[in-house]
Write a protein that binds this ligand. Structure first.
Ligand code: NAD
Length: 422
Protein backbone atom coordinates (compact mmCIF):
# COMPACT_ATOMS: atom_id res chain seq x y z
CA UNK A 1 0.00 0.00 0.00
CA UNK A 2 0.99 3.62 -0.29
CA UNK A 3 0.83 5.27 3.12
CA UNK A 4 1.26 8.84 4.38
CA UNK A 5 2.36 9.26 7.97
CA UNK A 6 1.69 12.71 9.42
CA UNK A 7 3.99 13.50 12.32
CA UNK A 8 7.54 12.31 12.76
CA UNK A 9 7.52 12.10 16.56
CA UNK A 10 7.69 8.87 18.56
CA UNK A 11 4.58 7.28 17.07
CA UNK A 12 4.87 8.53 13.49
CA UNK A 13 8.54 7.57 13.10
CA UNK A 14 8.06 4.07 14.45
CA UNK A 15 4.78 3.39 12.65
CA UNK A 16 6.13 4.60 9.30
CA UNK A 17 9.39 2.66 9.57
CA UNK A 18 7.52 -0.51 10.55
CA UNK A 19 5.06 -0.19 7.65
CA UNK A 20 8.04 0.23 5.30
CA UNK A 21 9.57 -2.92 6.80
CA UNK A 22 6.27 -4.69 5.99
CA UNK A 23 6.78 -3.76 2.32
CA UNK A 24 4.64 -0.63 2.04
CA UNK A 25 5.63 2.67 0.42
CA UNK A 26 5.70 5.29 3.14
CA UNK A 27 5.75 9.07 2.87
CA UNK A 28 6.61 10.81 6.12
CA UNK A 29 4.98 14.23 6.35
CA UNK A 30 6.56 16.66 8.78
CA UNK A 31 7.02 20.34 9.46
CA UNK A 32 10.66 20.18 10.46
CA UNK A 33 12.87 19.73 7.39
CA UNK A 34 15.84 18.73 9.60
CA UNK A 35 13.92 15.76 11.01
CA UNK A 36 12.83 14.75 7.51
CA UNK A 37 16.43 14.96 6.27
CA UNK A 38 17.49 12.66 9.10
CA UNK A 39 14.82 10.13 8.16
CA UNK A 40 15.87 10.31 4.50
CA UNK A 41 19.44 9.65 5.57
CA UNK A 42 18.31 6.56 7.47
CA UNK A 43 18.64 8.16 10.90
CA UNK A 44 15.89 8.26 13.47
CA UNK A 45 14.82 11.72 14.69
CA UNK A 46 14.23 10.19 18.15
CA UNK A 47 16.19 7.73 20.28
CA UNK A 48 14.42 4.40 19.91
CA UNK A 49 16.25 1.04 19.79
CA UNK A 50 16.11 -0.64 16.36
CA UNK A 51 14.61 2.34 14.54
CA UNK A 52 17.77 3.50 12.73
CA UNK A 53 18.27 0.00 11.36
CA UNK A 54 14.71 -0.12 9.96
CA UNK A 55 15.09 3.30 8.34
CA UNK A 56 18.39 2.34 6.70
CA UNK A 57 17.18 -1.05 5.56
CA UNK A 58 13.99 0.33 4.00
CA UNK A 59 15.35 3.56 2.53
CA UNK A 60 13.95 2.68 -0.90
CA UNK A 61 10.43 2.38 0.51
CA UNK A 62 10.59 5.74 2.29
CA UNK A 63 10.02 9.27 1.07
CA UNK A 64 9.61 12.50 3.05
CA UNK A 65 7.84 15.79 2.45
CA UNK A 66 6.50 18.92 4.12
CA UNK A 67 3.72 19.02 1.53
CA UNK A 68 0.76 17.18 3.07
CA UNK A 69 -1.63 17.62 0.10
CA UNK A 70 0.99 16.11 -2.20
CA UNK A 71 1.46 13.14 0.13
CA UNK A 72 -2.32 12.59 0.28
CA UNK A 73 -2.52 12.66 -3.54
CA UNK A 74 0.27 10.09 -3.85
CA UNK A 75 -1.04 7.62 -1.26
CA UNK A 76 -4.13 5.53 -0.44
CA UNK A 77 -4.00 5.76 3.32
CA UNK A 78 -3.09 8.57 5.70
CA UNK A 79 -2.20 7.95 9.34
CA UNK A 80 -2.61 10.95 11.63
CA UNK A 81 0.20 10.63 14.22
CA UNK A 82 0.41 14.22 15.49
CA UNK A 83 0.48 15.19 19.14
CA UNK A 84 -2.56 15.61 21.39
CA UNK A 85 -0.90 17.40 24.31
CA UNK A 86 -2.74 18.33 27.50
CA UNK A 87 -4.27 21.76 28.03
CA UNK A 88 -3.93 23.44 31.43
CA UNK A 89 -7.31 22.04 32.56
CA UNK A 90 -6.26 18.46 31.65
CA UNK A 91 -8.41 18.22 28.51
CA UNK A 92 -6.76 17.35 25.17
CA UNK A 93 -5.45 20.07 22.89
CA UNK A 94 -6.77 18.95 19.51
CA UNK A 95 -5.32 21.83 17.49
CA UNK A 96 -2.70 19.69 15.68
CA UNK A 97 -5.32 17.08 14.77
CA UNK A 98 -7.76 19.77 13.62
CA UNK A 99 -5.13 21.51 11.52
CA UNK A 100 -4.06 18.37 9.66
CA UNK A 101 -7.70 17.30 9.20
CA UNK A 102 -8.37 20.63 7.49
CA UNK A 103 -5.46 20.16 5.09
CA UNK A 104 -6.36 16.54 4.36
CA UNK A 105 -9.96 17.62 3.71
CA UNK A 106 -8.86 20.29 1.24
CA UNK A 107 -6.60 17.78 -0.51
CA UNK A 108 -9.57 15.44 -0.93
CA UNK A 109 -11.67 18.19 -2.52
CA UNK A 110 -9.80 17.99 -5.84
CA UNK A 111 -11.96 16.34 -8.49
CA UNK A 112 -9.13 14.01 -9.53
CA UNK A 113 -8.62 12.69 -5.99
CA UNK A 114 -9.00 8.92 -5.62
CA UNK A 115 -10.56 7.02 -2.73
CA UNK A 116 -8.49 7.71 0.37
CA UNK A 117 -8.70 6.39 3.91
CA UNK A 118 -7.84 8.55 6.91
CA UNK A 119 -6.77 6.71 10.04
CA UNK A 120 -6.35 8.43 13.40
CA UNK A 121 -3.52 6.93 15.43
CA UNK A 122 -3.18 9.96 17.71
CA UNK A 123 -4.90 9.30 21.03
CA UNK A 124 -8.23 11.13 20.97
CA UNK A 125 -11.18 10.94 23.37
CA UNK A 126 -14.30 8.97 22.44
CA UNK A 127 -16.39 10.93 19.96
CA UNK A 128 -13.51 13.07 18.65
CA UNK A 129 -13.24 11.37 15.26
CA UNK A 130 -16.98 11.43 14.57
CA UNK A 131 -17.73 14.81 16.16
CA UNK A 132 -14.61 16.80 15.27
CA UNK A 133 -12.44 15.14 12.62
CA UNK A 134 -15.14 13.86 10.24
CA UNK A 135 -17.07 17.19 10.17
CA UNK A 136 -13.81 19.04 9.32
CA UNK A 137 -12.95 16.52 6.58
CA UNK A 138 -16.46 16.67 5.11
CA UNK A 139 -16.63 20.48 5.26
CA UNK A 140 -13.22 21.02 3.67
CA UNK A 141 -13.53 18.28 1.03
CA UNK A 142 -17.25 18.80 0.30
CA UNK A 143 -17.44 15.00 0.27
CA UNK A 144 -19.09 12.33 2.43
CA UNK A 145 -17.23 10.11 4.83
CA UNK A 146 -17.71 6.34 4.23
CA UNK A 147 -18.80 7.05 0.63
CA UNK A 148 -16.11 9.31 -0.84
CA UNK A 149 -13.38 8.58 1.68
CA UNK A 150 -12.77 6.06 4.46
CA UNK A 151 -12.36 6.89 8.11
CA UNK A 152 -10.95 4.82 10.97
CA UNK A 153 -9.53 4.83 14.46
CA UNK A 154 -6.43 2.74 15.06
CA UNK A 155 -5.09 3.59 18.53
CA UNK A 156 -1.49 2.76 19.27
CA UNK A 157 -0.33 0.69 22.24
CA UNK A 158 3.43 0.50 21.72
CA UNK A 159 5.83 1.51 24.48
CA UNK A 160 8.75 3.86 23.98
CA UNK A 161 12.02 2.00 24.43
CA UNK A 162 10.61 -1.23 22.95
CA UNK A 163 8.45 0.40 20.29
CA UNK A 164 9.68 -1.53 17.24
CA UNK A 165 9.42 -4.87 19.02
CA UNK A 166 5.96 -3.88 20.33
CA UNK A 167 4.75 -2.90 16.85
CA UNK A 168 5.52 -6.31 15.38
CA UNK A 169 4.52 -8.34 18.44
CA UNK A 170 1.61 -6.37 19.83
CA UNK A 171 -0.98 -8.20 21.96
CA UNK A 172 -3.68 -6.83 19.66
CA UNK A 173 -4.45 -4.34 16.93
CA UNK A 174 -7.60 -2.30 17.57
CA UNK A 175 -9.50 -0.94 14.59
CA UNK A 176 -12.56 1.29 14.81
CA UNK A 177 -14.53 1.57 11.56
CA UNK A 178 -18.01 2.22 10.16
CA UNK A 179 -17.85 0.69 6.69
CA UNK A 180 -16.75 -2.74 5.40
CA UNK A 181 -14.35 -1.32 2.78
CA UNK A 182 -12.26 0.53 5.39
CA UNK A 183 -12.39 -2.49 7.67
CA UNK A 184 -11.03 -4.59 4.78
CA UNK A 185 -8.18 -2.16 4.06
CA UNK A 186 -6.99 -2.08 7.67
CA UNK A 187 -7.43 -5.78 8.35
CA UNK A 188 -5.41 -6.52 5.19
CA UNK A 189 -2.72 -4.05 6.27
CA UNK A 190 -2.28 -5.69 9.67
CA UNK A 191 -2.91 -9.34 8.72
CA UNK A 192 0.83 -10.15 8.19
CA UNK A 193 1.54 -9.33 11.85
CA UNK A 194 -0.42 -12.43 12.72
CA UNK A 195 -1.78 -10.94 15.94
CA UNK A 196 -5.38 -10.66 17.17
CA UNK A 197 -7.24 -7.85 15.36
CA UNK A 198 -10.13 -6.41 17.35
CA UNK A 199 -12.51 -4.56 15.08
CA UNK A 200 -15.23 -2.40 16.59
CA UNK A 201 -16.95 0.99 16.29
CA UNK A 202 -14.84 4.14 16.08
CA UNK A 203 -16.02 5.43 19.47
CA UNK A 204 -15.31 2.10 21.17
CA UNK A 205 -11.81 1.94 19.67
CA UNK A 206 -11.12 5.43 21.02
CA UNK A 207 -12.39 4.36 24.47
CA UNK A 208 -10.31 1.14 24.46
CA UNK A 209 -7.12 3.22 24.26
CA UNK A 210 -8.07 5.44 27.22
CA UNK A 211 -9.35 2.51 29.26
CA UNK A 212 -6.12 0.56 28.71
CA UNK A 213 -3.92 3.46 29.77
CA UNK A 214 -6.16 4.38 32.71
CA UNK A 215 -6.12 0.78 33.94
CA UNK A 216 -2.32 0.48 33.68
CA UNK A 217 -1.85 3.81 35.48
CA UNK A 218 -4.30 2.64 38.16
CA UNK A 219 -2.31 -0.57 38.58
CA UNK A 220 0.88 1.43 39.13
CA UNK A 221 -0.69 3.85 41.63
CA UNK A 222 -2.29 0.90 43.42
CA UNK A 223 1.12 -0.81 43.59
CA UNK A 224 2.60 2.41 44.96
CA UNK A 225 -0.07 2.86 47.61
CA UNK A 226 0.34 -0.75 48.74
CA UNK A 227 4.12 -0.26 48.45
CA UNK A 228 4.04 2.78 50.75
CA UNK A 229 2.03 0.75 53.25
CA UNK A 230 4.48 -2.18 52.95
CA UNK A 231 7.42 0.15 53.55
CA UNK A 232 5.73 1.57 56.67
CA UNK A 233 5.12 -1.98 57.90
CA UNK A 234 8.63 -3.33 57.20
CA UNK A 235 7.43 -5.52 54.33
CA UNK A 236 9.02 -5.84 50.89
CA UNK A 237 6.30 -4.92 48.35
CA UNK A 238 8.20 -6.74 45.56
CA UNK A 239 7.78 -10.00 47.44
CA UNK A 240 4.13 -9.18 48.10
CA UNK A 241 3.44 -8.56 44.41
CA UNK A 242 5.42 -11.64 43.38
CA UNK A 243 2.92 -13.62 45.43
CA UNK A 244 -0.10 -11.59 44.32
CA UNK A 245 0.87 -11.75 40.63
CA UNK A 246 0.73 -15.53 40.57
CA UNK A 247 -3.05 -15.21 40.57
CA UNK A 248 -3.96 -15.46 36.87
CA UNK A 249 -6.88 -13.07 37.41
CA UNK A 250 -4.36 -10.42 38.45
CA UNK A 251 -1.14 -10.98 36.38
CA UNK A 252 2.32 -9.91 37.65
CA UNK A 253 3.02 -7.03 35.25
CA UNK A 254 2.98 -3.32 36.18
CA UNK A 255 3.45 -3.98 39.87
CA UNK A 256 6.89 -2.34 40.09
CA UNK A 257 6.13 0.00 42.95
CA UNK A 258 8.36 3.05 43.36
CA UNK A 259 8.56 6.61 42.12
CA UNK A 260 5.49 6.46 39.87
CA UNK A 261 4.68 6.92 36.21
CA UNK A 262 5.57 9.67 33.77
CA UNK A 263 5.77 9.85 30.00
CA UNK A 264 3.70 11.40 27.30
CA UNK A 265 0.73 9.07 27.75
CA UNK A 266 -0.36 7.94 31.23
CA UNK A 267 -0.56 11.35 32.97
CA UNK A 268 -1.99 13.05 29.88
CA UNK A 269 -4.53 10.35 29.06
CA UNK A 270 -5.73 9.86 32.65
CA UNK A 271 -6.19 13.63 33.03
CA UNK A 272 -8.01 13.82 29.70
CA UNK A 273 -10.33 11.00 30.80
CA UNK A 274 -10.97 12.79 34.10
CA UNK A 275 -11.89 15.95 32.23
CA UNK A 276 -14.07 13.93 29.82
CA UNK A 277 -15.86 12.23 32.75
CA UNK A 278 -16.53 15.62 34.38
CA UNK A 279 -17.96 16.95 31.12
CA UNK A 280 -20.43 14.05 31.30
CA UNK A 281 -21.36 14.86 34.92
CA UNK A 282 -19.36 11.96 36.39
CA UNK A 283 -16.90 12.43 39.26
CA UNK A 284 -14.08 9.95 38.44
CA UNK A 285 -13.06 9.16 42.03
CA UNK A 286 -10.62 6.35 41.21
CA UNK A 287 -8.90 8.23 38.38
CA UNK A 288 -8.46 11.32 40.57
CA UNK A 289 -6.69 9.20 43.20
CA UNK A 290 -4.48 7.59 40.55
CA UNK A 291 -3.09 11.04 39.75
CA UNK A 292 -2.90 12.13 43.42
CA UNK A 293 -0.91 9.02 44.43
CA UNK A 294 1.42 9.50 41.49
CA UNK A 295 2.04 13.16 42.36
CA UNK A 296 2.83 12.18 45.92
CA UNK A 297 5.65 9.68 45.19
CA UNK A 298 8.36 12.28 44.35
CA UNK A 299 7.55 14.08 47.65
CA UNK A 300 7.94 10.75 49.44
CA UNK A 301 11.34 10.26 47.82
CA UNK A 302 12.54 13.63 49.14
CA UNK A 303 11.09 12.82 52.59
CA UNK A 304 13.10 9.58 52.62
CA UNK A 305 16.24 11.55 51.72
CA UNK A 306 15.55 14.02 54.54
CA UNK A 307 15.51 11.13 57.03
CA UNK A 308 19.25 10.88 56.43
CA UNK A 309 20.38 14.30 55.24
CA UNK A 310 19.11 17.87 54.97
CA UNK A 311 19.46 18.62 51.23
CA UNK A 312 20.19 22.32 51.94
CA UNK A 313 23.77 23.08 50.92
CA UNK A 314 24.44 19.45 49.98
CA UNK A 315 25.11 18.02 46.53
CA UNK A 316 22.52 15.47 45.52
CA UNK A 317 23.17 13.20 42.53
CA UNK A 318 20.27 12.19 40.31
CA UNK A 319 20.64 9.07 38.17
CA UNK A 320 18.18 9.08 35.28
CA UNK A 321 16.17 11.90 33.71
CA UNK A 322 14.17 10.09 31.00
CA UNK A 323 10.69 9.03 32.08
CA UNK A 324 11.82 5.43 31.61
CA UNK A 325 14.91 3.60 30.32
CA UNK A 326 15.78 3.30 26.62
CA UNK A 327 14.20 6.58 25.59
CA UNK A 328 15.25 10.23 25.45
CA UNK A 329 11.69 11.31 26.27
CA UNK A 330 11.41 13.44 29.42
CA UNK A 331 7.73 14.37 29.15
CA UNK A 332 6.23 14.16 32.68
CA UNK A 333 9.35 12.35 33.87
CA UNK A 334 9.41 11.92 37.65
CA UNK A 335 12.87 13.49 37.50
CA UNK A 336 11.17 16.86 36.93
CA UNK A 337 9.31 17.10 40.29
CA UNK A 338 12.20 15.35 42.10
CA UNK A 339 14.76 17.90 40.88
CA UNK A 340 12.44 20.85 41.44
CA UNK A 341 11.83 19.70 45.03
CA UNK A 342 15.58 19.30 45.58
CA UNK A 343 16.24 22.82 44.28
CA UNK A 344 13.44 24.21 46.47
CA UNK A 345 15.05 22.47 49.43
CA UNK A 346 18.32 24.30 48.72
CA UNK A 347 20.30 21.37 47.27
CA UNK A 348 22.88 21.50 44.51
CA UNK A 349 21.96 18.93 41.88
CA UNK A 350 24.23 16.83 39.68
CA UNK A 351 22.49 14.69 37.10
CA UNK A 352 23.24 12.06 34.50
CA UNK A 353 21.18 10.27 31.87
CA UNK A 354 22.58 8.38 28.86
CA UNK A 355 20.07 9.87 26.39
CA UNK A 356 17.87 12.54 27.92
CA UNK A 357 20.29 15.24 29.16
CA UNK A 358 19.88 17.39 26.03
CA UNK A 359 16.10 17.64 26.45
CA UNK A 360 16.34 18.06 30.21
CA UNK A 361 18.86 20.88 29.97
CA UNK A 362 16.32 22.85 27.90
CA UNK A 363 13.76 22.43 30.68
CA UNK A 364 16.00 22.87 33.75
CA UNK A 365 19.29 24.52 32.72
CA UNK A 366 20.56 25.49 36.17
CA UNK A 367 21.81 22.13 37.48
CA UNK A 368 25.03 20.38 36.59
CA UNK A 369 24.98 17.66 33.94
CA UNK A 370 27.73 15.03 34.13
CA UNK A 371 29.32 13.15 31.25
CA UNK A 372 29.50 9.91 33.22
CA UNK A 373 27.15 8.21 35.67
CA UNK A 374 30.09 7.58 37.99
CA UNK A 375 30.58 11.34 38.41
CA UNK A 376 27.07 11.61 39.86
CA UNK A 377 28.01 9.10 42.53
CA UNK A 378 30.48 11.65 43.83
CA UNK A 379 27.66 13.44 45.73
CA UNK A 380 26.43 13.57 49.33
CA UNK A 381 23.47 11.38 48.38
CA UNK A 382 22.24 9.72 45.21
CA UNK A 383 18.63 9.36 44.02
CA UNK A 384 17.80 6.69 41.43
CA UNK A 385 15.00 7.99 39.24
CA UNK A 386 15.21 5.88 36.04
CA UNK A 387 16.30 2.23 35.90
CA UNK A 388 18.81 2.41 33.01
CA UNK A 389 20.72 -0.86 32.60
CA UNK A 390 24.09 0.87 33.04
CA UNK A 391 23.14 1.90 36.59
CA UNK A 392 23.29 -1.78 37.53
CA UNK A 393 27.05 -1.86 37.13
CA UNK A 394 28.11 1.22 39.12
CA UNK A 395 30.03 1.03 42.38
CA UNK A 396 27.66 2.10 45.14
CA UNK A 397 29.90 1.09 48.04
CA UNK A 398 29.98 3.72 50.77
CA UNK A 399 27.10 5.72 49.23
CA UNK A 400 23.82 7.02 50.62
CA UNK A 401 21.20 6.02 48.02
CA UNK A 402 17.44 6.53 47.79
CA UNK A 403 16.23 4.09 45.15
CA UNK A 404 13.00 4.88 43.32
CA UNK A 405 13.29 1.95 40.92
CA UNK A 406 14.65 -1.07 42.81
CA UNK A 407 18.11 -1.77 41.46
CA UNK A 408 19.31 -4.93 43.21
CA UNK A 409 23.03 -4.13 43.11
CA UNK A 410 22.45 -0.84 44.92
CA UNK A 411 20.30 -2.57 47.47
CA UNK A 412 23.08 -5.01 48.29
CA UNK A 413 25.95 -2.54 48.12
CA UNK A 414 25.08 1.00 49.31
CA UNK A 415 26.24 2.01 52.79
CA UNK A 416 22.85 3.58 53.51
CA UNK A 417 19.98 2.37 51.34
CA UNK A 418 16.34 3.42 51.23
CA UNK A 419 14.01 1.72 48.78
CA UNK A 420 10.85 3.69 48.13
CA UNK A 421 8.33 0.91 48.68
CA UNK A 422 10.45 -1.83 50.20
P1 NAD B 1 5.28 13.74 19.36
O1 NAD B 1 5.03 15.07 19.96
O2 NAD B 1 6.55 13.03 19.59
O3 NAD B 1 5.06 13.81 17.80
C1 NAD B 1 4.04 14.52 17.17
C2 NAD B 1 4.63 15.06 15.88
O4 NAD B 1 3.59 15.62 15.07
C3 NAD B 1 5.64 16.17 16.09
O5 NAD B 1 6.86 15.81 15.46
C4 NAD B 1 5.00 17.38 15.41
O6 NAD B 1 5.93 18.25 14.81
C5 NAD B 1 4.15 16.69 14.37
N1 NAD B 1 3.11 17.56 13.79
C6 NAD B 1 2.22 18.33 14.43
N2 NAD B 1 1.47 19.01 13.55
C7 NAD B 1 1.89 18.64 12.31
C8 NAD B 1 1.53 19.02 11.00
N3 NAD B 1 0.58 19.92 10.77
N4 NAD B 1 2.18 18.46 9.96
C9 NAD B 1 3.16 17.56 10.18
N5 NAD B 1 3.56 17.18 11.39
C10 NAD B 1 2.94 17.72 12.47
O7 NAD B 1 4.05 12.84 19.87
P2 NAD B 1 4.01 11.23 19.96
O8 NAD B 1 4.59 10.79 21.25
O9 NAD B 1 4.51 10.64 18.69
O10 NAD B 1 2.43 11.00 20.06
C11 NAD B 1 1.59 11.19 18.96
C12 NAD B 1 0.21 10.70 19.33
O11 NAD B 1 0.27 9.29 19.62
C13 NAD B 1 -0.36 11.36 20.58
O12 NAD B 1 -1.74 11.50 20.45
C14 NAD B 1 -0.06 10.36 21.68
O13 NAD B 1 -0.94 10.44 22.75
C15 NAD B 1 -0.23 9.05 20.93
N6 NAD B 1 0.53 7.92 21.51
C16 NAD B 1 1.81 8.13 21.91
C17 NAD B 1 2.51 7.04 22.45
C18 NAD B 1 3.93 7.21 22.91
O14 NAD B 1 4.45 6.28 23.54
N7 NAD B 1 4.61 8.30 22.62
C19 NAD B 1 1.90 5.77 22.57
C20 NAD B 1 0.59 5.63 22.11
C21 NAD B 1 -0.10 6.71 21.58
Amino acid sequence: MKISIIGTGYIGSVTGACFAEMGHHVIFVGRDQKKLDLIRAGKSPIFEPGLDQLLVKNKKMIDTTTDLPDAVRRTDLTFICVGTPPKKDGSSDLSQVQEVSKTIGRSLSHSDSHYHTIVTKSTVLPGTIEETIVPILERESKRKADIDFGIASNPEFLKEGTAVEDFFHTDRVVIGVRDPATRGVLETLYAPLNVPIFTTSIRTAEMIKFTSNAFLATKISFANEIGNLCKASGIDSYEVFAGVGLDTRINPKFFRSGLGFGGSCFPKDVNALISHARSKGIDPIILNSVIDTNEDQPRRMIALLKKHLDPRGHTIGVLGLAFKPDTDDIRESRAIPVIRLLLQAGAKVKAYDPEAMGHFRELIPDISYEALASEVLDSDAVLIVTEWKEFESLDYRGKLVIDGRRIEKVRNEAAVYEGMCW
